[in-house]
Design a protein around this ligand. Sequence first.
Ligand code: MEV
Length: 307
Amino acid sequence: MKSSAPGKIILFGEHAVVYNRPALAVPVDQVQVDVEVSDSDKLGVWIDAPMVDLHGELSTLPSNHPIGTVILKLFQHLGISLHPNISVTIRSTIPVAAGLGSGAAVSVALIRALTSFLDHPLSNERVNDLVFEIEKLHHGTPSGIDNTVITYNMPVYYMKDKPIETFKPGKPFTIVIGDTGIPAPTKESVGDVRRLWLRDQNRFESIFNEVAQISTMARHLIETGRPELLGELMDHNHEFLQQITVSSPELDVLVVAARKAGALGAKLSGGGRGGNMIALVNPASAESVAGALRSAGAKRTIITTIQ
Ligand code: MEV
């Protein structure tokens, strides 16, 4: 039984979304997690996940191992106490800790492959809830946007504790993603923002209000087929992310390089301090912006079209 899940990027509203403001996120199909589950003649649940150098049996993993946690949580949810004899293979092209949702994608693909194999398919809603529980174990106070966009595999306009809204672009648009190669410490950056917010709630609340307006306006421009106007909003959103201290010199260098190379706008994407930035481009200049990002230090670039 096989299942896959995509990566994701946040277009607008990261961090503000933790404080109940809207954010926009889209799946990135160029990278993905593939999980295969099959019967095994060996006793137990044998896991093979080369991208994290894991080859072993479930019960031998440390109790907080992210992959072991997903499987145990699912078995618990399904009321399975006697572990089946199976082999689980996990392959991923989503860079780990890059802000592209690799952890949530592993959880989604793993849960779907296991539940299909065990003949106990779960609705998207159940999968999303379970993955959110797991995200909370590893990331402190996540908003739930990563698991939602990856579970539903559609562009989402997300607000915490609100019904999920997907949206459809009126016209396709192209984004170049540039990876600083520095692991994005999302848990720390979310925790630091929380501490700063506690110290100066008025200032942070008003920044989050501005970001909320940006996300709302961006959704409108995307849905009404005017994505070329998103560049300026990206630039503004990046300024606010700088103000809340989640950018970094490496991210800023890539953002400036993208704009100089002709991008219509650019910003960091995700938790920040490392990980990825995104740039809005005319399709014709996508390759040259990607090249400029690599010359400015990006460890890898991805060109993706949102449609
Ligand atoms: C991480 O992809 C996005 C953040 O807003 C955290 C979250 O929403 O859980 C930084």
